[in-house]
Design a protein around this ligand. Sequence first.
Ligand code: ADP
Ligand code: MG
Length: 236
Amino acid sequence: PHVIEFEKIKELQRSYDKVDLSKVSTFADLPLSDHTLNGLKDNSFTHPTEIQKASLLYSLQGNDILGAAKTGSGKTLAFLIPVLESLYCQRWTRLDGLGALILTPTRELALQIFETLKKVGKNHGFSAGLIIGGKDLKFETKRIDQCNIVIGTPGRILQHMNENPLFDCVTMKILVLDEADRCLDMGFERDMNCIIENLPPERQTLLFSATQTKSVKDLVRLSLRNPMYVSVHEHA
Ligand code: ADP
Ligand code: MG
């Protein structure tokens, strides 16, 4: 079974460069693992939204992404799918530690992302955790080192980075900044910059927000490498 899975992953990765985006209509037209495709199907996600269609191939290829699309356009799956696929292709296991870190400005948004991840990612064996405060710090502290995917708010993540020796980011491969513009509006710029400084420079960064503001670009300058700008506007 290991050999077969290895071949499947190789085949997936070979198809990233061959897909004709103009012929992509359903998620099944994209080179995605069976685990992810089944997770999408079981939750009645059949057709990618515009921002998903516009960004997924590039994020799957490993590019840094600066994505902008209005609220409600499906940005969550636009970053959760490449997170799952990247860890899958790297044959990440529960024992491999933190693979992906997802930052979002509010607890509510973190919870929503967590719920979507549980549904769509259920066929993968990854462990996921919420680091959002409001819970016992000790409870979060003990479990954080067992999480492959951590979803959190910037203030609380930084607190763990500073105070919790079990929160080790050296293995992290993908950073997601969700609602980066709101993170900045809410005064998280300093926290976000501190977090980013503590992360391995060899990583993929996916940044999604409703607008591409100048300050988002400032933040991006600190962290992204040859980012691909993907914008979807209502009447584009
Ligand atoms: P955003 O982060 O851009 O505000 P969300 O990711 O929260 O948007 O998605 C908004 C809504 O659209 C959610 O209810 C989500 O379940 C739904 N949605 C996302 N992608 C799809 C899709 N491909 N097909 C159908 N519904 C989708
Ligand atoms: Mg969102």
